[in-house]
Each structure stands twice: as C-alpha cells, then as structure tokens.
Ligand binder design. Structure first.
Ligand SMILES: NC(=O)C1=CN([C@@H]2O[C@H](COP(=O)(O)OP(=O)(O)OC[C@H]3O[C@@H](n4cnc5c(N)ncnc54)[C@H](O)[C@@H]3O)[C@@H](O)[C@H]2O)[C@@H](O)CC1
Ligand SMILES: Nc1ncnc2c1ncn2[C@@H]1O[C@H](COP(=O)(O)OP(=O)(O)O)[C@@H](O)[C@H]1O
Ligand SMILES: [K+]
Length: 492
C-alpha cells in the first residue's frame, strides 16, 4: 500500500509528540512557530488585501503564539491591526517569546467587540482542545458568525476537537484554515470538515520522517490506499478471471435493491454477476436483467456456488427481508469473501455475537456496510460511546473481525488490524434510496478482483463517491450505477 504523506492524518496528541521529537532532534521550536504564524499571516494578507482591519485573537498556549507571530507580520506589512489575547502576561516558552516581539498593544480577549469589515485571525485554541471553550470565546464566536466575518484559523477553528471533529461548546466557522505539516482527523470528520473552510497544509519544516514515525494508521481515503491492490483487465483476462459476484435477491416486491447491487458489481468490473433469487421473484428479476445472470436460490444452488472456485464474492442483505433464514444464509456464505449490508446487518441485531464469532472462527473476509442506524443495532454500546467516528469504527472492526464501512457523508473504513480511512469525496446527492445498495455491489466487485477487504472497501467507497460527483445533482441509484465506469476508468 502506498502511504502518500499528503494523505496521512495525525491526531493532536501524536502531533504534540512530533513537536517534542523535533525539539529533541535539535530543531528550533521557536523557528517552527514563526513559520506557522507567518504562513497564517501570508495567507490572510493574500486572501483579504483590502481588509478593514486584521483582528488577531490569541489564546494562552502555542496556538496563541502562532497568533502573536502573525500579528508581528501584519504590523511589518503595514496592515491595520488589533490584538486581543487570553492571559497575554502569563504566557510561557515560545508563546511568551512571540508575544514579546509584538510592539502593538494587546487587549484582553473579553474586550473584543466584532464589527463589520474585521478579518479575524483565530489563534485562540489549537487542535488539542480538551474542554468546552470559555463563555467569552463562545460569545465572540456567536457574534462573528452572526456578522459573517471572514475568519482565518491557525491550525483548526477554535472550538473544534481535532481528534473527533466535534464542537466543544461553540466553534468558529472559518473561511480558511492553515494547518501545519499534516491534517488532523477533526479537519475531515463532520461537523469539523464543514467548519474549516478551505484547508491549507503548510510545511513548517519538521522532517516528514518524524511525522510519519508518530502517525497512526489513519489516512484520507484515496487511490494511493488501494490502487496497487486492484488490476484492470488484460489480454489474458476472461470473465471469471475478473471475478464472479453472486448477489442474493429479496422477494418479488423487494427485488430492486439486489438488482442495483448486481448491476453495480458488473459496472465496477466484475467479470460475471449472478442474481440468486427466490423462485417467486424469478419472473420479476428476469424481466429486468440482461447481462446479470439469474439463478434460483435453493440449497443445492447455494452449495454449488460455495463449491465453485469461480464464484469469488457474495452480497447479501439489500432488500432481502430480516429473518432467521437470512441469518442462516449469511453465516453459510462466510467461506468466501462476503459483503453484509442492510437487512443482513439488522438480522443480527438480537445476536451480533453469533455473527462476530463465526467471522473470527472462519477467519472470514467480510465487509459490513452499516449506516448510523445499522451500526447502532450491531454495536449499541459503541454507537453511544464518546470518542471519534474513527475510534468507533475501529472498535467495531476489531470486535467483529470484519472490515467496517461506517457510512455517512464522512464514511469511515476500518480494518480489524487498526487501519482506517476517512472518505471525503462523497457529494450529498448520494443521500438517495438505493445508493447504499450500489456501494455494496461495488464493494463485492473489488473483493472479486481479489483485493484484500480493507483495500476493496476503500476503493469501493471512493469509486461510489466519485460516481456521485460524475452523476451530479438529481442522481438516482440507477444513474449512479451507469456512471461507475467513468468514475474510475482505469479499473473497469
Ligand atoms: N508542529 C506543530 O504542529 C506546531 C504547532 N504550533 C501550534 O501549537 C498549537 C498547539 O499548542 P498547545 O498545545 O499549546 O495548545 P493550545 O494553543 O490550544 O493551548 C492550550 C492551552 O489552552 C488551555 N485550554 C485548552 N482548552 C481550553 C478551554 N476550553 N478553555 C480555556 N483554556 C483552555 C490549556 O490549558 C493550555 O494552556 C497548535 O495548534 C499550533 O497552532 C506551532 O506553534 C509550531 C509547531
Ligand atoms: N449527505 C450525504 N453526503 C454524502 N454521502 C452520503 C450522504 N448521505 C448518504 N450518503 C452515502 O450514500 C449511501 C447511502 O446508503 P444507505 O444509507 O444504506 O442508503 P440506502 O439503504 O437507501 O441504499 C452511503 O454510502 C452513504 O455514505
Ligand atoms: K485556532
């Protein structure tokens, strides 16, 4: 797997360790702060050359230090400037040094009254915020939001938790955020992503190897994570070599979901797809299918598919109907790579342990694709636990033994070994009936290409998002399926 530095996400705690490592290796930490603050000022000056005044809001820690450096840069540039600080007389270390270099007066933060024309430089708190913001700060955030003032945030909009993307009491909604070396999970997770505005990552001079050494196994999802694991067709390919996906259909009045999964699998590059249908739904399925093959779902057929080495992956759940029979079917499929979606997740709500034990015992390759509701049914304790969506998905993956695709507009993909990715390319147009069924089909196609489960799931989520972009506003699950080949042409 290609670990592009640009896709690395690093938690605020780990970033603190990187800072310490940098200092320990002889790098001048004040120089880093100067680089950070100057980058913030440069961006603000370029973005708002006609600003009435730059209002620099400085907190009590190193984020405030960045603010004082930026303030000095505004003064040097001859820009109109006001500085407000928390505890500006009690700063320590580099922040105190940065403050000492500012000649302009620093007023207490509580004295700041927002006014139209102000451009705010938000250097109050960084990504490691550990509690709700104080009242004074919440009041300024509310006023600035009401006046829609432009806000350039240093590192992260104050009030956002850099680990979880959650709002601690109140948070600025920035027009731009300048962060340093690498993004934090809170820049990508919701609601954080929407509060960062345009996100700029600035290299302040910490060697990349120090950042890599402390980064966990978390990335922004993108082709660098999965393209090595996937291969398009070659001259030697035949249809079964490209993978054969079998999708289980529901009854006659709920067969559309499985058909969407089946056609999505085909469009995503599976060489062959079979819809396995109850006898009473054969007629309706036959009326709607061409390239997708149709087979009656009886125990003989299922046994035959399990024994057929050419059948490479299953999808079960979309439109199937929640029942004990579905639980039994799902458990019987685990000898081959399987996508469990929708009803196949809900069916285990009363006994999730039986599924997880079977996955572990079998060493099965399983991708589960729960939305928020389904996640809560399978992992009720995790759904209500504190911590980030990444942590919840990781725990769910470790507990279940499956790769978890925890859906939403910030879908998180997590593997039992702790690897995780946050997806950022999904447009809101994907919030349409059947779009999840399409994702399940694409995922099975990636598994059928013999991609490992984590890479397959990352690829599928990314292709699904990209397809949503290509299909554009007003998309339906059908138009989404149609554009899959355009979304990732090198694959299919
Ligand atoms: N390698 C890097 O990432 C670098 C980071 N720098 C800056 O350093 C920042 C991190 O500095 P710090 O760890 O000092 O973090 P902060 O600047 O966020 O400050 C933490 C301080 O604020 C207080 N505090 C936290 N939450 C509070 C709340 N809700 N109410 C009141 N007080 C609260 C804490 O007790 C502590 O004193 C980064 O965000 C970044 O801006 C740069 O200066 C240089 C290099
Ligand atoms: N607002 C949104 N922005 C981006 N993606 C979304 C949004 N809402 C839903 N999605 C994506 O669309 C898909 C919906 O799946 P799901 O909830 O199972 O719907 P359905 O059961 O109707 O197919 C998921 O992949 C999800 O991540
Ligand atoms: K900030």
């Amino acid at each position: 797997m290609l670990h592009e530095f640009e896709r690395i996400l690093i938690g605020p705690r780990e970033m603190g360790l990187v800072d310490a490592d940098a200092a320990g290796s002889g790098i001048d930490s004040f120089r880093l702060m100067q680089n950070a603050g100057e980058a913030v000022a440069a961006l603000a000056l370029a973005r708002y050359p006609d600003s009435g005044r730059f209002v620099v809001l400085c907190g009590p820690g190193n984020n405030g230090g960045d603010g004082y450096v930026a303030a000095a840069a505004f003064a040097r540039a001859g820009a109109s400037l006001c500085i407000y600080g928390i505890g500006s007389e009690d700063l320590k270390g580099d922040a105190a040094r940065a403050r000492a270099r500012v000649e302009a007066e620093v007023a207490p933060l509580s004295a700041y009254a927002c006014r139209p024309g102000d451009v705010i430089i938000d250097a109050i708190f960084g990504a490691g915020l550990s509690r709700d913001v104080p009242q004074d700060v919440a009041r300024i955030i509310a006023d600035a939001t009401k006046l829609r003032l432009p806000i350039v945030a240093a590192d992260i909009p104050s009030g956002l938790d850099g680990e979880t993307g959650e709002i601690r009491g109140a948070a600025f909604s920035a027009t731009d955020t300048v962060t340093f070396m690498a993004r934090k999970p809170g820049h990508l997770l919701l609601p954080g992503r929407e509060l960062c505005g345009a996100l700029h990552v600035f290299d302040i001079g910490i060697p990349k190897r120090l950042v890599m050494a402390r980064a966990g196994k978390l990335w922004e999802n993108g082709p660098g994570l999965f393209s090595d694991a996937l291969a398009g067709p070659t001259a030697e390919s035949h249809k079964y070599a490209r993978g054969h996906v079998a999708v289980f259909s529901g009854g006659p009045t709920s067969s559309g979901a499985a058909r969407l999964s089946a056609t999505a699998a085909l469009k995503a590059g599976a060489g062959a797809v079979t819809l396995v249908s109850p006898s009473e739904a054969l007629a309706v399925n036959a009326a709607h299918l061409n390239a997708v093959m149709l087979r009656e779902a009886d125990s003989r057929a299922i046994r035959a598919m399990l024994g057929d080495h050419r059948v490479s992956a299953f999808v079960v759940g979309p439109g199937y109907g929640v029942s004990a029979a579905l639980r039994e079917l799902a458990l019987s499929l685990l000898t081959k790579p399987t996508v469990l979606d929708a009803d196949a997740l809900t069916a285990f709500a009363s006994e999730p342990k039986s599924l997880f034990e079977a996955i572990h015992a079998e060493g099965a390759t399983v991708v589960m694709t729960p939305h928020e509701g389904e996640f809560g049914r399978l992992f009720p304790d995790l759904a209500s636990a504190s911590g980030s969506k990444v942590e919840r998905a990781r725990k769910a993956a470790a507990r279940s033994g499956a790769v978890i695709v925890y859906k939403g507009s910030d879908t998180v993909i997590a593997a039992p070994d702790g690897r995780a990715a946050i997806n950022t390319n999904a447009p809101a147009d994907l919030a349409t009936a059947g779009s999840g069924d399409v994702l399940a089909g694409i995922t099975a196609a990636m598994l059928a290409h013999a991609a490992p489960a984590f890479e397959a799931a990352c690829a599928a989520v990314w292709i699904h998002g990209r397809s949503g972009q290509v299909a554009g506003g007003g998309l339906t699950a059908e138009t989404l399926v149609d554009v899959i080949p355009q979304a990732f042409p090198e694959m299919v």
